[in-house]
Ligand binder design. Sequence first.
Ligand SMILES: [Mg+2]
Length: 258
Amino acid sequence: MPPADTPHSRRAKRPAPKIIIFDVDGVLVDVRESFHRTLIETVLHFTGKRVSPAEIHQWKNRSGFNDDWTLSHAWVQSLGFKNSYDEVKSKFVEIYWGAGGKPGNARRERWLLPEAELRRLAKLAELGLFTGRVRRELDFTLARVRLRDAFRHIVTVEDVSRPKPDPEGLLAILNGRDPATAVYLGDNIDDARAAQAAGVPFLGVLPYRSQARAHRAKSLSDLGALSILGSVRQLGPWLRTNTISAQTNSSRVSKQRR
Ligand SMILES: [Mg+2]
């Protein structure tokens, strides 16, 4: 058995990804005060019941509830109310964007990856976004943080015929390139399923000591996550520890040949 730190163990490192694809909500953006708050207020509006953030995570631990319109409608129905999908969705949209002079929850979201770190990653790999958001919701955020140009390919739910967990969006970004050269960062079961179906390595992102982590870390690991980061800010350090850049790789090969 070789000692722990030998070229042997270092060879277990993966090649650095050439394409880094991010899910948006829960990964690049903290949506507890925007989308999650809107979910709670929408369910409260129709049912009179104030549901909890912990219950949101129980729903989101199941496949098919990445979309908050679908989730609010299913939740209202599950509490015994017969309101239609369109009715629930339009109330959700109203609470999220604001109406009648009342500001919406959209502006309460928080961008999580500092610009300098994002720009550094953009030098290491091509960056992309694959999100369950509609274009308007994504545009609002990217315009606010002024980081749209960092992302080479952007796929919203409106750009695909089948949403996550279908891999269509990831395959569109790959456009025939080897899925093993990419990595997808997500926080939901459907993100991990989409990655698995596309053959793209997956990194989970769930804040330490959060309800999301308590509810989903094991499921994401079971679906093949390479690791479960505590924050998207840990991506840089994770890449440095767990991957070898092409440069390092070739210098090692030439050393072995000598
Ligand atoms: Mg997400």
